[in-house]
Design a protein around this ligand. Structure first.
Ligand code: ATP
Ligand code: MG
Length: 292
């Protein structure tokens, strides 16, 4: 298992994106070197998920945020392959509907929180409301009383997120937050690949190129969001994303370690329940004897 402290931000006070390299691979050279490790992590995740489901008290909320083409979709596909689909739910949050805009900003994601015993994955999340909405100044579309939009608006909203995540943790819903940290050069390569490769054309959208013009603004608001919402109970993980094999390794490692840290156990039976099981066994055995 990797040492995760370098990637985990528990106190955002001095956080700077520039201190994190998008092409970092923790001195691992290539994907050959990690053959088998991701599979191992996935089997740990599957084992632990089974216990999480049986125990039915904690829920894991995996949040994935990133610039376009950082690999959110393929990460979800690869890392989640071994999990039981019954216990996992993925939600993708796109531009809000007019119904969603008529509510407070946490409404639509709150409705989609994982039930106890489940692993919920948010492909984008309520963080969009301090990222894209901030970069493009989209508050006009929201029905927020104008008087409430003052110079502290974004700091207040980030405070609300921090408090909300504390509330989640205190209710047994545990956020695990990933920022896939991609370099601007690698994004360009991936866009070109989407243009050049016919099987990837469908992934390309002209609006991605427009968003790329706002790269620096996005980096700034991401940095501020991570700075203000990294806490010991809901840390951000900065995942170097230029090498997809490394981001998959790291994310699978973090989720496996997180689940293991909960020391999950299958529920044990009470004496009364054990008597019930013995009774059931007897009924089944008698059935067999009568059949003979
Ligand atoms: P992909 O491009 O890989 O299919 P995606 O997550 O980028 O996945 P898109 O449909 O391209 O999906 O984009 C969704 C868009 O919705 C993003 O540009 C995102 O910023 C935007 N969005 C998400 N939440 C909000 C929000 N609360 N307010 C405004 N825009 C939002
Ligand atoms: Mg997109």
């Amino acid at each position: 298992m990797l040492s995760l402290s370098k990637y985990r931000i528990e106190d955002g006070k001095n956080f700077r994106l520039a201190d994190h390299k998008p092409d970092d691979t923790a001195h691992l050279e290539d994907k050959k070197q990690i053959a088998g490790i991701i599979e191992e992590n996935i089997s740990i995740m599957a084992e632990e998920q089974d216990k999480l489901y049986a125990q039915n008290d904690y829920a894991l909320l995996i949040i994935i945020q990133a610039m376009d083409a950082a690999g959110k979709d393929s990460l979800i596909k690869h890392v989640m392959t071994g999990l039981n689909p019954q216990g996992t739910l993925v939600h993708s949050f796109k531009q809000p509907s007019s119904e969603e805009l008529d509510h407070d900003f946490l409404w639509r994601t709150h409705k989609s929180l994982p039930e106890r015993g489940r692993i919920g994955i948010f492909n984008r999340s309520y963080y969009e409301d301090v990222l894209v909405v901030r970069v493009h100044n989209l508050l006009d579309r929201h029905q927020i009383p104008r008087k409430l939009i003052d110079g502290n608006f974004w700091n207040n909203r980030l405070d609300q997120i921090r408090n909300y995540e504390y509330y989640l943790v205190q209710n047994g819903i545990l956020p695990v937050k990933f920022f896939l940290h991609l370099s601007k050069e690698e994004q360009k390569e991936r866009f070109l690949e989407r243009i050049d490769n016919p099987s990837k054309n469908w992934k390309f959208s002209l609006s991605d190129i427009q968003e790329r013009q706002y790269w620096d603004d996005y980096q700034k608001v991401y940095e501020d969001a991570i700075r203000q919402t990294s806490t010991p109970h809901a840390p951000w993980y900065i995942i170097p994303a230029d090498k997809k094999w490394f981001s998959r390794l790291l994310v699978s490692d973090i989720i496996a370690q997180k689940l293991q840290s909960l020391q999950l156990e299958y529920p044990s039976m009470t004496d009364e329940q054990k008597v019930g099981l013995e009774k059931a066994r007897k009924i089944l055995m008698d059935e067999k004897n009568n059949d003979k």
